[in-house]
Design a protein around this ligand. Structure first.
Ligand code: PMT
Length: 400
């Protein structure tokens, strides 16, 4: 990525041990060409002296709401308006909670409340604090309100714990800041993605489903959003949280997923069918719990609509990427689905094995289109998703 950033970055630093990494972030931002001003909360100053940031940014560090000296340089409203982007790194659990609730009891919170500028937070905290419902809920809510959430990363923590909650490394944050200012390959595109399994009711308490965790589809939603797209994720029941930057519509059954997709597909530029939709549903689900009998029971199944095929039959069909989940002869079966479902591309994965397909954190894909193919070798699902979105954007832009 090109290292030029002729932008004004307001860096907010809150109280956390990761504040030492903010010094390196300032150095990288200045090196990339950015003008950086730093605002510290009172607790941030327990970790790092303002002088450190002042030396690196070349400007006075702002710390107080009522500060005569600071006011003569730039008052807090002016400072907020000056910024092209406000980046809060590290963003502590306490700061995040206050930001969500609209507090203004320190300069940084006041700036956030008084400004219309885009804000990004890089959460950094102990893994237990991060895992608490209150914190996750606060972060999600901020994401829904349009605040960018960068990280956290997983790994060793200063307190000795291991888990999610580490602030992203300064070079990773710089890459995200650069990415924010450079239009992604899917900038302005509407992308509709299905993910997860569907549940097909047998009776009020039982259902037919499959092992899809939603990880692959959610990673694609994240990657598409990072590429600049406006993403709508239509998700079957899963136990993971959707990326904060995407709109998520939750559904249960294949019929519900079909209705949501068919309503939204005509407005989409790109449709990605990653959901593992149940091919069949029970003809007449029982309205009361089926009682256990000594004899066996029989379920009568009826085929579900093929959602992706219905999308590609639309007059104004979006560019469509389907998936193929295969246990053998992956490429041949996938190419047959590419043609039969009238897809623009198909990403095929081997399922029923440990490292790819359903439930795993990693995947390997063979991506096919009418006159070509590419192997995306085994990696974390998020990494594979980024590669697949990149390839899809190239094919989409070539066809457009
Ligand atoms: O969720 P994870 O645990 O991360 O697992 C990821 C995954 C294995 C579910 C994903 O990578 C994947 O392969 N998704 C497609 C699963 C599937 O249903 O494949 P299929 O070969 O049966 O279907 C082919 C295509 O038709 C798919 O795009 C599917 O979404 C679509 N389809 C299938 C049936 C149906 N009734 N409607 C559909 O739209």
């Amino acid at each position: 990525m090109e290292l030029t950033l002729k932008k004004n970055i307001l860096l907010g630093v809150t109280g956390g041990i990761a504040a030492y990494k903010s010094a390196e972030l300032i150095r990288l931002l200045v090196k990339a060409g950015a003008e950086v001003r730093v605002v510290m909360t009172p607790s941030a100053r327990e970790f790092v002296q303002p002088m450190t940031y002042q030396a690196l940014s070349g400007h006075r560090v702002y710390t107080e709401i009522f500060d005569a000296e600071a006011d003569s340089a730039m008052d807090h409203i002016e400072l907020a308006r000056w910024a092209d982007l406000v980046v809060i790194a590290p963003a502590s659990a306490n700061f995040i909670a206050k930001l969500r609730d609209g507090y203004a009891d320190n300069l940084l919170l006041t700036l956030c409340l008084a400004s219309q500028q885009p804000v990004a937070i890089a959460p950094a905290m102990n893994q237990q604090m991060y895992a608490k419902e209150a914190t996750l809920e606060n972060i999600r809510e901020l994401g829904i309100r349009g605040i960018k959430v960068w990280g956290p990363a997983e790994g060793d923590q200063a307190c000795g714990d291991v888990g999610p909650g580490r602030m992203l490394e300064p070079d990773g944050l710089l890459e995200l800041i650069l990415g924010y200012f450079s239009p992604g390959k899917l900038a302005g595109k509407q992308v509709l993605i299905t993910a997860g399994p569907t549940h097909e009711a047998i009776d009020p308490v039982r259902y037919i489903s499959n092992r899809s965790s939603g990880k692959m589809g959610y990673a694609l939603a994240q990657a598409a959003s990072e590429a600049g797209a406006e993403v709508t994720l239509v998700s079957g029941p899963v136990s993971i949280l959707p990326p904060t930057s995407v709109r998520c519509v939750s559904v249960i059954s294949a019929l519900e997923m079909r209705d949501v997709v068919i309503e939204r597909a005509p407005k989409a530029d790109i449709f990605i069918a990653c959901a593992a939709v149940s091919d069949y549903r029970v003809t007449n689900p029982a309205t009361q719990k089926i009682k256990k009998k000594d004899t066996g029971i029989q379920l009568q199944l009826v085929p579900n609509p093929d959602i992706v095929s219905e999308v590609t039959e639309l007059d104004n069909k979006p560019f469509t990427l389907g998936f193929a989940a295969e246990t053998e002869d992956v490429e041949r079966h996938a190419r047959e689905k590419l043609t039969r479902k009238n897809l623009d591309m198909i990403a095929a994965n081997r399922v029923g094995v440990e490292q790819s397909g359903f439930e795993s954190d990693t995947n390997e894909l063979i991506v096919l289109w009418p006159k070509g193919q590419q192997l995306l070798a085994l990696k974390e699902k998020y990494e594979i998703a980024k590669q697949l979105i990149d390839l899809l954007a190239d094919r989409y832009n070539a066809v457009e």
